[in-house]
Design a protein around this ligand. Structure first.
Ligand code: NAD
Ligand code: UDX
Length: 479
């Protein structure tokens, strides 16, 4: 390592980010916007993704992202498939590739698949000359930096490296706001000068006291822990939602009552059909795997329960639909309002909607699905994927179910036209603006509404004639 050769100012810094996904794209666009003198190149192997980043229709939907990208693209922000060129010409290289749960081999279903991270490290080692700072932006198991460092040490051209951990805490749907004013930026590392170099980039728009520095392993573990704690809150309130339904308590009232306790706080207490997204489940399972690896079986079981509870919540929702619709949904039409895992994103990874749709299709329901941002192609891909068996095949029966019993439409009215029931899966704001009289008139009677997000006014809907079933509260019969 030659930290003395690192200039202390971010001027002239050239950054490359490997991985143009939900994290790499927005984070690099924000750095480029805030630091016009830093040249930022985002590289990816996926040509069509890069083409989209270079077009008017970005590959991801995120409020405010387009404006940020347009401000910097062509000035100091470049999207490219030239991974080698990006690495060569940069002083600082972020690794922001996907780290999905392993689907086969050792640790399948729990451990993170580090194949893509390792490939990046090898590519960086091969292409680098001089000194580079390598920044782990992907969420990684503790001590991954050790492996990255070992791979980088084998660099054939005598290049030297500092490795930092700089996990990303943005949430989808609010990524731009989160990047603009994060609660904190976390930088873990061993080289004080490398940490300082990265801190100086963020310092351009984030107060210094919000930039926390730790050792590498604390930084890696803090990211997994943050997601585990957040998901645990959702599973905790969802567990209570089941008890509310059994006792006549209202989960939103309970959440408000406990959330006003400053020690608990009001955030992440919204009961739902279950958490989704590419991070929570993956990162908790990764934590579980790590605990098992270190012989901490009881700790592993404790965290695993957060995911078990989430699966229970999704299943409870689909079971409730079948039971309420007189124990059969066979050949009944169910409108699915929302398919994304939360509002303001087109991301469907691990969305509760996928699992609820799977269960309803298995019961013979006909689904008419509407989401304002998710494409029909994505919805069909997700449903095919969820029906894959252990050898990753989809049976002819399941293919046929998806072809025949799934229709994707372009508005919520169309989805509910002639439906026996509506299932609200995503809390899109537009669902709150609909003319529910019109929706009710065009449905089969009795008209059922299952609000998996508790966003619609149950009493008002009951006065229109709906039978409303929310999460964690008594059902409301037509008045
Ligand atoms: P993503 O799948 O959207 O993007 C990853 C990109 O990396 C893909 O476009 C893929 O083509 C590319 N890639 C993979 N291997 C490559 C290689 N060898 N060379 C070049 N490109 C390669 O993933 P994401 O959602 O952006 O997540 C990235 C990481 O950030 C993950 O570790 C995730 O856990 C973490 N994270 C995600 C979020 C989130 O909200 N999505 C938030 C915080 C942290
Ligand atoms: C999460 C973390 O919040 C973020 O810090 C990290 O960087 C990535 O993972 P994300 O998955 O994008 O972000 O969205 P988040 O807002 O955390 O929601 C995750 C899931 O939990 C969604 O399905 C959401 O609908 C659900 N949720 C969230 C609830 O059901 N109730 C809540 O109170 C909060």
């Amino acid at each position: 390592m030659s930290p003395s050769s690192i200039p202390s100012s971010p001027n002239n810094l050239r950054i490359c980010c490997i991985g143009a996904g939900y994290v790499g794209g927005p984070t690099m666009a924000m750095i480029a916007k805030q630091c016009p003198e830093i040249h930022v190149t985002v590289v990816d192997l996926n040509q069509s993704r890069i083409d989209q980043w270079n077009s008017d229709v970005l590959p991801i939907y995120e409020p405010g992202l387009k404006e940020v990208v347009e401000q910097a693209r062509g000035r100091n922000l470049t999207f490219s498939t030239d991974v080698e060129g990006g690495i060569r010409s940069s002083d600082m290289i972020f690794i922001s590739v996907n780290t999905p749960t392993k689907t086969h081999g050792m640790g399948a279903g729990r451990a993170a698949n580090l194949e893509f991270v390792e490939k990046c490290a090898r590519r960086i080692a091969e292409c680098s000359v001089g000194h580079k700072i390598v920044v782990e932006k992907s969420t990684l198991p503790v001590r991954t930096a050790e492996a990255v460092k070992r791979i980088l040490k084998s660099a054939p051209n005598g290049a030297t490296f500092d490795v930092l951990s700089n996990p990303e805490f943005l949430a989808e749907g609010t990524a731009i706001a989160d990047l603009l004013a994060p609660d904190r930026v976390l930088i873990g590392g061993e080289s004080a000068s490398a940490i300082e170099r990265l801190a100086q980039v963020y310092e351009r728009w984030i107060p210094r006291e919000k930039i926390l520095t730790t050792n590498l392993w604390s930084s890696e573990l803090s990211k997994l822990t943050a997601n585990a704690f957040l998901a645990q809150r959702v599973s905790s309130i969802n567990a209570i939602s089941a008890l509310c339904e059994a006792t006549g308590a209202d989960v939103d009232e309970v959440a408000k009552a406990i959330g006003t306790d400053s020690r608990i706080g009001p955030k992440f207490l919204k009961a739902s059909v279950g958490f989704g997204g590419s991070c929570f489940q993956k990162d908790i399972l990764n934590l579980v795997y790590l605990c098992e690896h270190f012989g901490l079986a009881d700790v592993a079981r404790y965290w695993e329960q957060v995911v078990v509870m989430n699966d229970y919540q999704k299943k409870r929702f689909s079971t409730n639909i079948v039971r309420t619709l007189f124990h059969t949904v066979s050949d009944k039409q169910i409108a699915i309002w929302g398919f994304a895992f939360k509002k303001d994103t087109n991301d469907t990874r691990e969305s509760a909607a996928i699992y609820v749709c799977r269960d309803l299709l298995e019961e013979g329901a006909r689904l008419v699905i509407y989401d304002p941002r998710v494409s029909e192609k994505q919805i069909r891909n997700d449903l095919l994927h969820v029906f894959k068996d252990q050898s990753l095949e989809v049976s002819a029966r399941h293919r046929q179910l998806i072809e025949k019993n799934v229709t994707v439409v372009s508005d919520a009215y169309q989805a509910s036209n002639q439906a026996h029931a509506i299932a609200v899966m995503t809390e899109w704001d537009e669902f709150k603006q609909l003319d529910m009289h019109r929706v009710h008139q065009n449905m089969q009677q009795p008209a059922f509404l299952f609000d998996g997000r508790n966003i619609l006014p149950a009493e008002k809907l009951a006065s229109i004639g709906f039978e409303v079933h929310g999460i964690g509260r008594s059902s409301t019969l037509p008045s």
